[in-house]
Design a protein around this ligand. Structure first.
Ligand SMILES: Nc1ncnc2c1ncn2[C@@H]1O[C@H](COP(=O)(O)OP(=O)(O)OP(=O)(O)O)[C@@H](O)[C@H]1O
Ligand SMILES: [Mg+2]
Length: 267
């Protein structure tokens, strides 16, 4: 079996605007993700990070390229070619966490129903099992089971992200894709969420693709960092070898995140 869980090959995504202007948001992106590792994707606003994730999830189909997924007990498939029921079934293996769970969650659903919804949708549990399963998932995400009957607006931002993690992890996916999942949180809450993700990774062998604009943050836990600039990959570096980054853009990102850290310390 291949060490790689995902092989992203020559992925290009173009958007056509109303006036026939074409934007190449992702330009010939190629990289692999190994099973059980965290790959971070960093780069400035507008460089194509979200577009790439939406392509990997096939929420917004790519223009060209391949996204080869090697599930544990099934045959390799090209996610980019999946449609309809096959695509829906694939979300059993690959889940996504967004920046802000407020918009991702139905405001009229209780937390217990939100976090167990994937299990109900995939017919893994029955409605009568929701309370018990929700309690288990809340514990996994280090939230009190008292949150079960609350609505999303009755949770803090950090607690909502924990609920989003519980929901994504509920169906035991192989990959969780996170788009700026901690960016709206203050630094100490951010650290705790990262610790939770790392703990779950160790316990469950999860693979993460973690999009962030914060190089300093991802260098603390990512095994590898893919640096994007204007739709292209400029460098792929090991998380613990960031100081050896060669590309001028990575060096500039690194210097600006160090400056920001220093400013944080000062204030
Ligand atoms: N649906 C769309 N139609 C047209 N252009 C789009 C669309 N979605 C994204 N873009 C453009 O594609 C480029 C990449 O956008 P994307 O959202 O992937 O950036 P990003 O790296 O995630 O930025 P941020 O860090 O601000 O979230 C941008 O120029 C954006 O304007
Ligand atoms: Mg984005």
């Amino acid at each position: 079996m291949s060490d790689n869980i995902l092989e992203i090959k020559n992925v290009t995504k173009k958007f056509t605007l109303g006036n026939d202007k074409i934007i190449t948001a992702c330009d010939n992106i190629t990289f692999n993700v190994k099973r059980g590792e965290t790959v971070a994707i960093v780069g400035e606003s507008g460089c194509g990070k979200t577009t790439l994730l939406r392509g990997i999830m096939n929420i917004d189909p790519i223009t060209s390229g391949e996204i080869l997924f090697y599930p544990k007990n099934e045959n390799c498939r090209d996610i980019a070619k999946l449609k309809g029921e096959e695509l829906r079934k694939n979300y059993r293996h690959i889940q996504m966490i967004f920046q802000d769970a407020t918009t991702a969650f139905n405001p009229r659903m209780r937390i217990k129903n939100i976090i167990t919804e994937p299990l109900i949708n995939f017919n893994i549990i029955k409605k009568t099992e929701i309370n018990e399963k929700a309690a288990e998932l809340l514990e996994l995400a280090e939230l009190s089971k008292d949150y079960s009957d609350r609505y999303p607006h009755q949770l803090s931002g950090g607690e909502r992200q924990r609920a989003a993690i519980a929901r994504a992890a509920s169906i035991s996916p192989e990959i969780i894709v996170c788009d700026e999942a901690t960016s709206a949180l203050d630094v100490s809450v951010q650290d705790n969420i990262i610790k939770l993700l790392v703990k779950l990774q160790r316990e469950k062998g999860l693979t993460y693709i973690f999009v962030s604009h914060d190089l300093a943050l991802v260098s603390a836990f990512a095994h590898r960092i893919v640096v994007m600039y204007m739709g292209k990959i400029v460098e792929i570096i090991d998380g613990d070898k960031l100081q050896e980054a060669k590309h001028p853009y990575t060096r500039a990102l690194l210097n600006s995140s160090i400056t920001l850290c220093k400013q944080n310390v000062k204030h």
